[in-house]
Design a protein around this ligand. Structure first.
Ligand code: ASP
Length: 415
């Protein structure tokens, strides 16, 4: 897509934006009215960039998924990639939950006992019925999913169009050409947006640091620390091991290559907005274009390991605030509901906290407890989104490698 030199400079500019934005935000804490200034004038510019990514993501997912499928030419190959992806996503989410639960139980003695008396009511959606979520995956008309950016429905539409084009054979060729041409056009628009993305990172970091200075942390620093420990351990243990053993890629190289996408996810807290940069990073690390076009949008929508860790840690924390001890059986319930809740979490800022309500309800913890952590949710979200997108890229790299090995084996057998 672009040259090595350009990629390096993108990583550099994003890094610089992250550091300078944080420092400026920190400085603004000490200037009277600084945080208000950042909220009024700097954040909106960051929002423009996040919006641009949100705008581009729908056509990019649709066109690149359809083109990815067309280039596989074979429905069986799509199925083979699909099941490998799902197995990786579900297994790593369960490992993430186990890491989160073990850490939270280990450190819960040090968690603050916040008073739950007089907490208001949590009025956001408190539970999502699994069957409703399932039904909602399938679109009932072709316009609404695009108007509402319903990613799962758009993925289903892309899969159906891709399959239709493959099955139509010669007659489907003009439509295939149209999609390929549209894909090319939108890729160019995307490259332009990616080039200016460091400005977005700078603005978001300035705003976050100036408004969420150290004192907002208060008693919750320990809970946040345990969640971040979980994020880091999951990255080091789960992703490093799987990337090394299944794709033969050095973890150091993997994380270095992932840096631009990680910095972008950290500052924007949206997996969906990070999707284009994530794809660029994954392809640079050796993932195939077609496989990434398939695996990454799916991951940005359903694979949320960071969100799973966040849910595990906060469930244990809020249980302790309500004086509850979760039994082993209840922990298993947490694993099951949090896996489903993380699948149902949209890849946008702050979605995880809404789905946390579903996990709390499943083990009888009052959902109002969420109000205790809501003030610093953005800080949890920065880390969890970063982990969410790294998990997607690790899967794209691994599945690409496994498919390449399979193809090589087939070719050797033909000879
Ligand atoms: N912000 C997260 C993401 O986009 C979702 C969440 O809130 O947990 O991946």
């Amino acid at each position: 897509m672009s040259t090595g030199k350009k990629k390096l400079s993108l990583a550099f500019w994003i890094f610089l934006a992250l550091i300078v934005g944080s420092l400026l935000g920190w400085g603004l804490i000490y200037v009277p009215g600084g945080a208000a200034f950042a909220t009024k004038f700097i954040k909106p510019i960051g929002t423009i960039f996040v919006n641009l990514f949100k705008f581009i993501v729908v056509p990019i997912v649709l066109f690149s998924m359809v083109c990815g499928m067309i280039s596989m030419k074979d429905i069986k190959k799509v199925g083979s990639i699909g099941w490998k992806t799902m197995v990786y996503y579900i297994c790593t989410t369960i490992v993430a939950l186990i890491i989160g639960l073990v850490l939270a139980n280990l450190f819960k003695g040090g968690f603050p006992q916040l008073s739950t008396e007089g907490l208001g009511t949590w009025d956001k959606a408190t539970s999502t019925d699994f069957m409703t979520t399932l039904v909602d995956i399938f679109p009932s008309n072709i316009i609404a999913p695009f108007a509402n950016s319903s990613m799962l429905q758009i993925i289903v539409i892309a899969l159906l169009i891709g399959a239709g084009i493959i099955l139509a054979g010669e007659k489907g060729k003009p439509v295939a050409d149209l999609f390929e041409s549209l894909n090319e056009v939108f890729m160019h628009i995307l490259m332009f947006i990616i080039k200016v993305s460091p400005i977005g990172v700078f603005c978001m970091m300035t705003w976050v640091v100036s408004t969420q200075g150290p004192e907002i942390l208060g008693d919750l620093a320990k809970v946040l620390g345990v969640a971040y420990l979980g994020y880091i351990l999951h990255a080091i243990i789960t992703y490093s091991i799987t990337v090394k053993s299944m794709a033969g890629l050095s973890p150091f190289k993997f994380f270095k290559g992932m840096f631009p996408a990680m910095a972008f996810a950290f500052s924007t807290t949206s997996s969906v907005a990070t999707l284009p940069i994530n794809k660029e990073c994954a392809v640079n690390l050796g993932a195939s274009e077609e496989i990434s076009s398939f695996v990454l949008p799916l991951g940005a929508t359903i694979n949320m390991d960071g969100t799973a860790i966040y849910m595990a840690v906060n469930t244990i924390f809020l249980a302790s605030c309500y004086g509850m001890q979760l039994t082993l059986g209840q922990m298993v319930t947490v694993i099951i509901t949090a896996t489903l809740a993380s699948i149902g979490t949209a890849g946008v800022s702050g979605a995880g906290v809404i789905m946390l309500a579903m996990v709390l309800t499943s083990v009888g913890i009052p959902v109002e407890g969420i109000l205790l952590i809501y003030g610093i949710d953005r800080l949890f979200d920065m880390g969890r989104t970063t982990i969410n997108i790294v998990g997607d890229a690790a899967c794209a790299v691994i599945v690409s490698k496994l498919e390449a090995k399979k193809e090589a084996k087939k070719a050797a057998m033909v000879k």
